[in-house]
Ligand binder design. Structure first.
Ligand code: ADP
Length: 217
């Protein structure tokens, strides 16, 4: 395999803990009345924070940047806008991770241009190399510990991409589990790989031949 990198499966318990950490920090220091989640990665954390912080106004903006798992598509671009008057509002912009920081930076500058009373930012994970440092984050990840974090809401997309980086042809569930460990140091023992590959068949990502799955290019 050409480009090996580490990938880590994130659990719902991790998400719960990280969002809990953020919400307690925010609660102690910022009286939020509007939350804006950056789609798609920040949508679930933003929804959880709207619950924990008792905030009903939950909006989103969409940015696009990363293409296929762990490879970038180029410049981050803003795909949608906010259709609400933010004047007088204390706004929290939320994403899952600041890695390069480009998505958060773009979304933050855009929301700032809408002139809220005060604007702050939060991510669950913050990678030290990011050019944007969020006001609130739960975990600081050093560059040495960089990994592609497979969030529970991105498992199918990421596994589909990782499998295609490791294999081009015919596979079975056991081989996939072994290759993910070998190529990305990824432990997927908590997942039902057979079921996931069968779901890929339903969506035309793979074809089933006996016990084997054949990747559809
Ligand atoms: P930032 O680096 O500030 O998060 P990016 O534009 O680099 O902004 O990333 C945009 C989105 O890509 C993130 O919100 C996240 O969903 C995904 N992403 C980026 N880096 C990682 C990573 N190391 N692991 C998992 N997802 C990532």
């Amino acid at each position: 395999m050409a480009n090996k990198f580490k990938a880590t499966l994130v659990s719902w318990a991790d998400i719960d803990r990280w969002c809990g950490n953020i919400s307690r920090k925010v609660q102690a220091s910022f009286d939020v009345d509007t939350i804006i989640g950056i789609a798609r990665g920040g949508l679930v954390p933003a929804r959880i924070l709207s619950d924990r912080l008792w905030v009903k106004d939950l909006l989103s903006v969409k940015t696009e940047h990363w293409g296929i798992t762990a490879t970038k598509d180029g410049e981050a671009v803003l795909k949608t806008k906010i259709n609400m008057d933010l004047s007088g509002k204390n706004v929290l912009v939320v994403d899952d991770i600041t890695d390069t920081g480009e998505s958060m930076s773009l979304a933050y500058d855009y929301v700032k241009s809408l002139k809220p009373r005060e604007l702050r930012s939060a991510t669950m994970l913050h990678i030290s190399r990011s050019k944007f440092v969020p006001d609130y984050y739960s975990e600081l990840i050093t560059e040495k510990n960089w990994a592609w974090f497979i969030f529970p809401w991105n498992v199918y997309e990421d596994l589909n991409n990782l499998i295609r980086k490791s294999f081009t042809d015919r596979i079975n569930a056991d081989e996939v589990v072994d290759a993910l460990k070998e190529d990305y140091d990824l432990d997927v023992s908590s997942l039902n790989m057979e079921e996931i590959l069968n779901d890929f068949v339903v969506f035309g990502r793979m074809k089933k031949e006996g016990r084997d799955f054949v990747i559809v290019q």
